[in-house]
Design a protein around this ligand. Sequence first.
Ligand SMILES: Cc1cc2nc3c(=O)[nH]c(=O)nc-3n(C[C@H](O)[C@H](O)[C@H](O)COP(=O)(O)O)c2cc1C
Length: 435
Amino acid sequence: MRANKLDGYLGFTTFGESHGPAMGLVIEDVKPGISFPYDEIKTALFARKGGKNFTATSRNEEDKFEVLSGVFQGKTTGMPICIVIFNKNHQSKDYENIANIFRPGHADFSYFKKFKIYDYRGGGRSSGRETISRVAASEMVNHLLKGIELIAYPIRIGKFIPNKISYSFLKTNYLKWGDENNYDELIRYLEKIKAEKDSVGSIIRFEIRNVPSGLGDPVFEKLEANIAKAILSIGSVKGIQFGAGFSLGKMKGSEANDEIKDGKFLTNNNGGILGGISTGQTIVFDFVSKPVPSIGKVQNTIDIEGENREIKITGRHDLVLTSRIIPVAIAMIKLVLSDAISYQKLIKNEKNTLNDFREQLEKIDEDILIAIARRNEISKQIGKFKKENKIGIVDSKRETEILNLLKNKALNLKINPKIISNIWKEIFEESKRQQ
Ligand SMILES: Cc1cc2nc3c(=O)[nH]c(=O)nc-3n(C[C@H](O)[C@H](O)[C@H](O)COP(=O)(O)O)c2cc1C
C-alpha cells in the first residue's frame, strides 16, 4: 500500500505494528558518503519515547535502533538504508479482553470497516508507536536546516492555559509548559485526571524561526498545505490553524492584513506564509491533539459482530500526548522544510554541482521506473479482463495508434521519435508478457 511511503526530498517507507516484532523504515534515496547521524537519531528517539514521566505511557521501550543496510564504516553507501527498532516491552495480554471490541475514539472501528481485519494489540499500525520511524528518518535532513529554529509548546492542556510563555522555563519541563506560575497546579490537575482513569487533550503552538522567504510553491505545494498534511498525518491531531487562524473569521481586512513598513511586517496574522510561500517571518501554527482515546472508564461500544458491549481499557496508555507528540511534530516539520528548501535551491539554481544534477536525474529515473511498474500493474488487469471476456491479447492496431500519438507528442517536445519507437517497442513487449 503506497500510503506507507512518504515521497519528497527524503522519500521513505515505514513499516511495523505496535505489538509486532519491530518498527522500521527503508530509505532509498540517500546520497553516498554522508556521515550517518547515529547520535542525532538516538537523541530524537529518546525525546519521543514513553516511560519517562507520569503523563506518558509506562510502556518503557529501549528504542534502540539497528541499521541493517546502506551504511558502511559510519557513512551512507547510496544503497537502501533499512533501520529497525525492535518492540521489546509490549504486553499483548493487556488487549486479550478487548479483542474484537472497538475502542471508542481509536482507529479499531474504521480499520475493521475498511480491511475486515485489524490488529487489536496496541492498535497495530494505527498506534502512536508508528511515529517512531518518522522521527528516525527526519534526522537525515538536518544538514539542510542549519540555522532554522523549531520551537513547540502547549498553549492549552485540558482546561489549563499558560498566562505567559517563558521560553527559558519551558525548556526545563517535559510538558514544555511556558508558565511557571501555574505549572504545579497543572500537574495536580493531570494527576487527578489520571486517578479518574481519564485522559485530556492539548493544543500545541509551533514556531519556525529564522526561516528563509520563498519556501513553498503554488498551487498544490503550498507550504501551509504541506505542513497541514504532515501534522494531520499524526494520530490524534484533529485540527491546525496558521497565524491568527480561525480568529481571522472575526476580523476586518484592516485588522487582519499584515502591513509592511520600512521593509518590516508590523504583524504576523498570516503565520509567516502568504500565497503558500514563506515571507521570512516566523512561521506560526497551532494544532490540536485530542484526548488519548484509550481510557480506563467504562464506555459504550460494539464488537465486530455489531453487538452492544461495554469496554474498560486497562493497558498502558498516555494520559496527554503533549510530551510525546512534540518530537513527532518537529520530525514532520523537518521533512516538510527539507522538501521546500531543496526545491527552492533548484529554483535559485543553487544546485549546480555534478552530483546535484545526477541526483535530479536519479529522481527522474526513479519516477520512470515507478511509472513502468504502474503500467505493468494495469497491463495485468487488462490481461485478466481480456481473458474473462475472451478477447485476444495482441492488438497491433492499437499499438500503432498509441505509437503514432506518442511520436507526435515527442516531436512537440523536441524528442527524436526514433527513441520513442525503440522504448515503446520494449514497453509493448513487457505489457504482453504481463498480460
Ligand atoms: C506519540 C503518540 C502516542 C499515542 N499514544 C496513545 C495511547 O497510548 N493510547 C491511545 O489510545 N492512543 C494513543 N495515541 C493516539 C492514537 O494513535 C490515535 O488517536 C488513533 O490512531 C486514532 O486516530 P485519530 O485520533 O487520528 O483519529 C497516540 C498518538 C501518538 C502520536
